[in-house]
Ligand binder design. Structure first.
Ligand SMILES: Cc1cc2nc3c(=O)[nH]c(=O)nc-3n(C[C@H](O)[C@H](O)[C@H](O)COP(=O)(O)OP(=O)(O)OC[C@H]3O[C@@H](n4cnc5c(N)ncnc54)[C@H](O)[C@@H]3O)c2cc1C
Ligand SMILES: NC(=O)c1ccc[n+]([C@@H]2O[C@H](COP(=O)([O-])OP(=O)(O)OC[C@H]3O[C@@H](n4cnc5c(N)ncnc54)[C@H](O)[C@@H]3O)[C@@H](O)[C@H]2O)c1
Length: 448
């Protein structure tokens, strides 16, 4: 550790929240000898392991297997029927140990875990259940919570945490929203046998993604029996003898269970930010290029930050590591975000990184767009792929600057291409990368 001075406070750095916005940086920071405390009101590790990515991908694995099996059209026999209760118990066996593991990993580096709800009382003090903890620097890493529609009958709505905890799959499900959570949940519920209706208040779903790919994925969902209602508002919910009645601006629907997937809201309320003068906006805590808030010794990390970067786990990890370098004196440079890749875990998946097709189309003198029908490729046919398409964006020097794919293996293809986009490989450098053949990386790089 370079240049860190010990202070009169209980901690050098005190984190509010224990998710990826905290622990990926806090653990190596404590290992460098910095005195670190972490306050957590709920499960250690936060949303991603407990109620987000890890829980979701565990429940999705049999869904992806089912899709792969059905695609073989009988080469592998069976219907791939999903036993949802078993899927849930497998999820528990996969993720339930994570909070203890993370707590142990933090404590083994000397981090003090403090359990309870924290609230700032001054710029250097957080109070938890009547005890005050002081720190030289404080990091707000409180994440987000699900938005709840303000309509009559809102108490009948459920959120993504409830969805990922469903003991049984309801027969009829209405999902309100057209984002990541709405469409990933629709994919899982449909595969597990639920009759799903998605109610979108816009014409377009997943508006940050390449729309022809989104439409292809939605058409596939419709072919599998999902109803998609566009430009439709959910108006009210009532309990009836036939089930939950969902009144919309179009039809009135009947469901056994209704998911409100209308976005997530930063956790900035009731934690004393106003008391100490930390500025916020509806998008979260305002920070400068050093992740510093309007109060200089208070920083923010992860989803709670008001930012243009996607609010994803890898973004939170990058921010917590940036703060680790800053606090330990490794670097005083402003944060320099890398290209952040993202994937929607539908079937087919949609992944993207870097310059988007829309950005490239708006600047035709700068970029060259190459569209490939990868489903026709022999290697993709090995996996019975029917939907695969890739769009690659090159600059005038033929360096890859962006890529998006719709296919069952989209996340691995875009991950594989990511170094070329982030580091700006030249055509000569790309040629020197000799991938294992056959493999998805060889196939992806064969397009360059
Ligand atoms: C259903 C779902 C699926 C997702 N899937 C993916 C995915 O596949 N890939 C991906 O990259 N991202 C995914 N995400 C997003 C990802 O989970 C978040 O980007 C990530 O968890 C953000 O980490 P964080 O540390 O900023 O916040 P969080 O993980 O939310 O952690 C914040 C922590 O702060 C605690 N806290 C809040 N207020 C207080 C307080 N006052 N006192 C004490 N503790 C407090 C909370 O209890 C929580 O543990 C998903 C999210 C959801 C909801
Ligand atoms: N695969 C992944 O990486 C993944 C998966 C799930 C969640 N996440 C993250 O979690 C966060 C939340 O996901 P999400 O799907 O809830 O949010 P989102 O922003 O992706 O989607 C919200 C949807 O709700 C709609 N909506 C908003 N207000 C509405 C209203 N009043 N009535 C009807 N519809 C309304 C929006 O039009 C949008 O379609 C995102 O930051 C996302 O990055 C990521």
């Amino acid at each position: 550790m370079k240049g860190y001075k010990m202070t009169q406070y209980d901690f050098d750095v005190l984190y509010l929240g224990s998710g990826h916005g905290t622990f990926d940086g806090a653990i190596p920071l404590a290992a460098k000898g910095v005195k670190v405390g972490v306050i957590e009101a709920d499960r250690v590790g936060g949303t991603c392991p407990n109620w987000g990515c890890n829980a979701k991908i565990s429940l999705d694995a049999p869904v992806a297997l089912q899709r792969a099996l059905l695609a073989t059209q009988g080469t592998v026999a069976g219907s791939g029927k999903i036993d949802w209760a078993k899927n849930q118990s497998h999820k528990h066996s996969v993720i339930d140990g994570i909070p203890n593991f993370l707590e142990g990993a933090m404590e083994s580096q000397g981090i003090k875990m403090i359990f309870g709800r924290g609230e700032l009382v001054d710029a250097h003090t957080i109070q938890v259940a009547g005890t005050a903890y002081t720190a030289d620097k404080i990091v707000i890493a409180t994440g987000m919570h699900p938005h709840r529609l303000n309509i009559p009958g809102r108490e009948l709505l459920h959120d993504s945490t409830d969805f990922l905890a469903l003991a049984e799959m309801p027969s009829r499900m209405v999902i309100i929203g057209g984002g990541y959570i709405a469409l990933e949940s629709a994919t899982m519920a449909n595969a597990a046998g639920s009759d799903v209706t998605v109610v979108m208040h816009h014409q377009q779903a997943l508006r940050a993604f390449h729309q022809p790919f989104v439409e292809l994925m939605l058409a596939d969902l419709v072919e599998r029996g999902v109803t998609i209602l566009r430009d439709t508002e959910a108006k009210r919910l009532d309990t009836t003898a036939e089930g939950i009645q969902v009144e919309t601006s179009a039809d009135t629907l009947l469901a056994d269970w209704v998911l409100d997937a209308t976005g997530r809201v930063p956790n900035t309320e009731g934690i004393g930010l106003e008391t100490v003068g930390v500025e916020t906006s509806p998008a979260g805590v305002k920070v400068n290029d050093y992740l510093q808030t309007s109060v200089p010794n208070i920083y923010a990390s992860g989803d709670v930050i008001a930012k243009t970067q996607p609010k994803l786990t890898p973004t939170a990890v990058f921010e917590s590591k940036y703060l680790m370098h800053r606090f330990s004196g490794d670097s005083q440079a402003p944060i320099d975000y890398p290209v952040i890749a993202t994937n929607v875990y539908t079937s087919p998946r949609i992944a993207q990184a870097g310059i988007t097709v829309d950005q490239a189309k708006a600047n035709p003198d700068q970029y060259v767009i190459v569209e490939n029908e990868v489903a026709a490729d022999w290697y993709r046919q090995v996996f019975y792929e029917t939907a695969g398409k890739t769009t690659l964006i090159f600059n005038q020097e033929h360096q890859l600057v962006g890529a998006t794919e719709v296919s069952e293996q989209a996340e691995d293809v875009i991950n594989s291409l990511l170094p070329a986009i982030e580091f700006g490989y030249t055509p000569a450098q790309m040629e020197r990368l000799v991938h294992i053949f056959p493999s998805i990386s060889a196939d992806a790089w064969g397009q360059l």
